[in-house]
Design a protein around this ligand. Structure first.
Ligand SMILES: [Zn+2]
Length: 89
């Protein structure tokens, strides 16, 4: 790098003074929950006044997936070992 391009500490610090990450912005949903702006509400699944995510179906799907996963773990014998560990503690 040529001398002309060199930056001193002050110039580097001045450039980096704009690099800080700001906090997460929140907006209030119609249902009263806090949500990120320009995103569907995680509580009721609405965006811009209309339902875009079926939260009941999502809850059913999640419970089905977790129960299936736990069943698989039980059959493979991994969950049993975990239960023993928790019993010891
Ligand atoms: Zn909501």
């Amino acid at each position: 790098m040529v001398v002309r391009m060199r930056r001193n500490r002050s110039q580097t610090a001045k450039r980096r003074s704009h690099h800080a990450i700001s906090g997460v912005q929140t907006a209030k949903c119609g249902c009263g929950a806090l949500r990120r702006p320009h995103r569907a509400c995680p509580e009721c699944g609405t965006y811009n006044g209309r339902v875009v995510v079926d939260m009941v179906a999502r809850a059913k799907r999640d419970s089905r997936r977790t129960s299936r996963k736990q069943k698989e773990l039980r059959e493979s014998g991994q969950a049993v070992e975990k239960e023993k560990e928790t019993a010891k503690a």
